[in-house]
Design a protein around this ligand. Structure first.
Ligand SMILES: Cc1ncc(COP(=O)(O)O)c(C=O)c1O
Length: 359
């Protein structure tokens, strides 16, 4: 039997919610969507939540609502999923790439060194489920007058100094892609903010820039969300803390059973509560280990092999080199983890990793 990287939840309660949403005959931005937005805003501790079609759409809408324009520079870690950068480019701003620190999130010292008179904001990415150092990022933003847009696409429910990620900046974006800590049986995303105007502008942008049925205040797009998936999201949001606790238990099991091997295990920095969206180890024998595990039916991944500043799509920016990012992308390997994995599966993975290093 193969051990998948991630196993999204599916059971009768979820199926029941889908059927009830179908029976309601309201399919787009109806009561389930409004209910999910209210539930999610409360969960994060934000005033507003705006559902949309993906995490990328949520990032893009936030940037547009902030008034980002051509020539503006936005600080962003190069070690992230390309959509973080894509949203910045799509809003016509210029991404300025940052190196990582020991938690694989952006290095605040590198951020300070890269501020210019054109810098307008910073996008911390809580990669793998580990919060970036939001204390230092808030200090930096205050010092240079920058906004903060948190990319929480991998970190639903993670906390920094006891406070949920998504509540530290002007706005935050979350993704519900099927492998995420919170999913909706397909694509989806949500933006959270305390700012009434930003929330209102994003509600317009996701629905063709509409003020009302007949009047379009600006050019937006169709980035709406639907009732069936919102119903699933509401069921799973109620289980999110429990599912994150389960991920943390499995991560501790990994840590115990992989101790003493020549690999770097994920760390949890002081102040951070990691929610282990991904369990990422590092070894200079990465490719051989991945092949060894694959031969034993164990799926692994690399998040991400090509750092954003080296993607052909942004080649024209001629981004300078980022030594730590360029080193870690050759060594990182993602092992299977999700709330749906069993202890026996984690033990099978760790036994295989031990066997690899004992040969
Ligand atoms: C860090 C990060 N940012 C942005 C995104 C984009 O989210 P989506 O796939 O929902 O557009 C993802 C997910 O792929 C992500 O992991």
């Amino acid at each position: 039997m193969t051990i998948p990287l991630s196993r999204p939840p599916l059971d009768d309660e979820i199926k029941g919610a889908v059927l009830a949403a179908i029976d309601s005959r309201q399919y787009i931005l109806g009561p389930e969507c409004r209910g999910f937005e209210a539930d999610f805003a409360r969960y994060v501790g934000a005033q507003h939540a705006v559902l949309t079609s993906s995490g990328t759409a949520a990032l893009w809408m936030a940037l547009k609502a902030f008034g980002v324009k051509a020539g503006d520079e936005v600080l962003v870690p190069a070690h992230t999923a390309f959509p973080t950068v894509e949203a910045i480019c799509f809003a016509e701003a210029t991404p300025v790439f940052l190196d990582v620190d020991d938690s694989y999130t952006l290095d605040p010292k590198d951020a300070a060194a890269k501020v210019t008179p054109r810098t307008v904001g910073i996008v911390p990415v809580h990669i793998y489920g580990h919060p970036a150092n939001l204390t230092l990022i808030q200090e930096l933003a205050a010092r240079f007058g920058l906004w903060i847009l948190e990319d929480c696409c991998q970190a639903h429910g993670a906390t920094w100094q006891g406070k949920k990620v998504g509540s530290f900046g002007r706005a935050a974006a979350f993704s519900f892609y099927p492998s995420k800590n919170l999913t909706v049986m397909g694509d989806g995303g949500i933006l959270v903010t305390d700012d009434d105007e930003i929330a209102a502008r994003c509600r317009r942008l996701r629905d063709h820039g509409r003020l009302n049925k007949d009047v379009h205040a600006e050019v937006g797009f169709n980035l709406r969300f639907n009732e069936i998936q919102a119903a699933v999201g509401r069921v799973l949001l109620r289980r999110l803390d429990q599912m994150n606790d389960r991920r943390r238990q499995l991560a501790s099991r990994y840590a115990e059973r992989l101790a003493g091997l020549p690999i770097a295990l994920p760390s949890e920095q002081p102040g951070a509560r990691h929610v282990y969206h991904l369990y990422v180890i590092r070894t200079d024998r990465r490719d051989a280990l991945a092949a060894f595990l694959k031969a034993r039916g164990i799926q692994t991944g690399i998040h991400y092999p090509v750092p954003c500043h080296r993607q052909p799509a942004v080649e024209s920016l001629n981004a300078p080199s980022l030594p730590r990012t360029e080193r870690i992308v050759r060594e990182i390997l993602t092992l299977p983890i999700s709330a749906g994995h069993t202890e026996a599966e984690i033990d099978q993975v760790t036994a295989a990793v031990r066997e690899f290093f004992s040969r």
